[in-house]
Write a protein that binds this ligand. Structure first.
Ligand code: FES
Length: 265
């Protein structure tokens, strides 16, 4: 699904990742080369790369945290993976910071090298998890299918039992969806041949985003493992999901589409 922290549709976090990766692993490389050859210039480069890497890592973390909070589906296997990804990268940054703090005046100390070796290994692990978040969980992948239209997402609020104006009728064509954030709840509004439908944006298998899936002919498909649900009734049409998704009451009124929130909140 589309990244929250994006610029003109392009996700920012994946675009920044090469910088801390290159700088921090480069710091380790130059420190090792400098120690092996006893060349101060290489060790000084290692120090500067370490400083650049720490700065780049902190900047890169900002869109990453935003995507974690706003894009990755809550209560999903992707969320747990994203937490491990963030924790691993934060730990790697911490270790490189320790290595930088304990450098000698002109060369890296033994603690610096140990911290950088450990931090580098954890950084690679964090990067591997980040890659899985993109390739398997499709975080920041703005895929399109026939007639899908542009990605639509809006944040609204409404009390329990209230009807919330979710869209204008013309906002969606047939087989198009819109993701609604309503007071912490993620709801998908979809337009089908039979009219509008609204349902939870959480596949009951492992929590994949249905707004980030495919909606065709009154059926929405989760792209994580292929489960399909009826958009009108929420019934499972095809596994591996076994439980139906929750659907909401929807009605059109004066060119607006209203979604009614459940009374139990
Ligand atoms: S999360 Fe597995 S099919 Fe949706």
């Amino acid at each position: 699904m589309r990244s929250y922290a994006s610029f003109k549709g392009h996700p920012i976090h994946p675009a920044l990742i090469p910088f801390p990766f290159a700088f921090l692993l480069g710091a380790l490389l130059f420190d090792l080369l400098g120690l092996a050859s006893d060349r101060r210039g290489l060790m000084l480069t290692g120090r500067h790369l370490s400083e650049l890497g720490l700065l780049a890592g902190m900047v890169t973390a900002i869109p990453g945290v935003l995507d974690y909070l706003k894009t990755v589906p809550p209560a999903s296997s992707g969320r747990a993976r994203a937490l491990r990804h963030g924790t691993a990268n934060a730990t790697a940054l911490f270790l490189f910071a320790v290595g930088w703090l304990f450098r000698d005046a002109t060369s890296p100390s033994a603690l610096t090298i140990i911290s950088e070796l450990l931090g580098g290994a954890i950084l690679v692990y964090g990067g591997w998890l980040g890659g899985t978040l993109v390739t398997r969980n499709l975080i920041s992948v703005d895929h399109r299918y026939a007639r899908a239209g542009k990605w639509q997402e809006v944040t609204l609020s409404g009390a329990a039992g209230a009807s919330v104006v979710a869209a204008r009728t013309e906002d969606l064509n047939e087989d198009q969806m819109k993701l609604l954030h309503i007071d912490g709840r993620r709801i998908v509004l979809a337009r089908t041949k039979e009219g509008f439908a609204a349902f939870d944006d959480g596949c009951t298998h492992r929590g994949g985003s249905l707004a980030g899936g495919v909606c065709v002919g009154g059926v929405v498909q989760c792209l994580w493992h292929g489960s399909q649900f009826d958009t009108a009734t929420g019934e499972v049409r095809c596994g591996p999901a076994k439980r139906n998704i929750h659907v909401y009451e929807v009605r059109e009124q004066n060119g607006q589409v209203l979604v009614t929130l459940p009374r139990d909140g």
